[in-house]
Design a binder for this molecule. Structure first.
Ligand code: HPA
Length: 281
């Protein structure tokens, strides 16, 4: 990807999305593994497969390609316009960090007030059992990659963006208020982003814990870096699907991760439904 053309590429994709979806979105969310069901809550929704959006990375696996969904979310005080990414690609599939982050960039370029990133992750903090929902308060980017590597396009954002409030404290408060309203317990934690695709070794998890991580996963950090580059405030919400390696005797499988994510999806959706209208206004 030539960063020189980033602003032009974003302008092309957003123009195409606008031509197909009417009124612009007020707020955006990226739905992680097993958490895509929330898209079904949008009314008058228009969905666009990633493959129809030039430059948008799409997984080659049939049924997992993902789509952008734009529609109305019912809320007290009237509906809000929401744009969702249902599915995302990961660095371990071979995409560069900049490519991984392109979807988040498109959402931000549509003029949203806030971006919510969600993910399924492992619990490094031994208090965070499967099904725990966690407000991400900060992250450790341990992927060895950065979404801003390469020439900077000053029309998109600064060369050296501040990451001092990568996860916006006010949005974090709104997330906690939304969880309280939904009756869903919400913890706080620091997310360690790793490259995967192998899960961690017990020694790596001990290292992550010593570094201050509560959560570990293979997504999110590039999306957040790109959103902050564009000046869009971010909230992060994790679903813990498993105790991280070494914290349990059971071997980790992707099927288990997906199953727990699906089970926790109802709680996550309730929080999203309460949070997005608050963040949109
Ligand atoms: N490690 C990394 N990524 C993950 C995990 C994990 O334990 N669970 C879900 N995504």
């Amino acid at each position: 990807m030539s960063p020189r053309q980033l602003s032009a590429r974003l302008a092309e994709v957003t123009a195409l999305i606008r031509s197909r979806t009417g009124a612009p979105p007020q707020v955006a969310a990226i739905l992680g593994s097993g958490l895509g069901g929330f898209a079904g809550r949008l009314e008058r929704a228009v969905s666009i497969p990633y493959a129809e959006l030039p430059g948008f990375p799409a997984s080659g696996v049939a049924g997992h390609a993902g789509r952008l969904v734009l529609g109305d979310l019912a809320a007290t005080g009237g509906p809000v316009r929401v744009v969702l990414m249902q599915g995302r690609v990961h660095g371990y599939e071979g995409w560069s960090a900049a490519e991984v982050a392109f979807g988040a960039r498109v959402l931000c370029s549509l003029g949203v007030k806030a971006l919510l990133v969600t993910n399924a992750c492992g619990g490094v903090n031994p208090d965070f059992g499967p099904g725990t929902l966690v407000r991400i308060t900060d992250h450790l980017n341990l992927t060895g990659q950065n979404a801003l590597t390469g020439e900077n396009d000053d029309a998109v954002g600064p060369r050296f963006p501040d990451m001092g409030a990568a996860y916006d404290p006010e949005l974090g408060q709104l997330l906690e208020a939304a969880a309280a309203e939904a009756g869903v317990p919400l913890r706080r934690g620091i997310y360690a982003g790793v490259s995967g695709p192998s899960y961690e070794t017990p020694a790596e998890i001990r290292m992550l814990r010593a570094m201050g991580a509560d959560l570990v996963g293979m997504s999110t950090v590039h999306d957040v870096t790109a959103a902050r580059h564009q000046g869009v405030p971010v909230a992060g919400l994790s679903v813990v699907t498993n105790p991280a390696a070494g914290l349990t005797r059971t071997a980790l499988t992707h099927d288990d991760v997906q199953r727990v994510a699906a089970r926790a999806a109802a709680s996550l959706e309730a929080v999203l439904a309460a949070f997005l209208p608050r963040a949109a206004r």
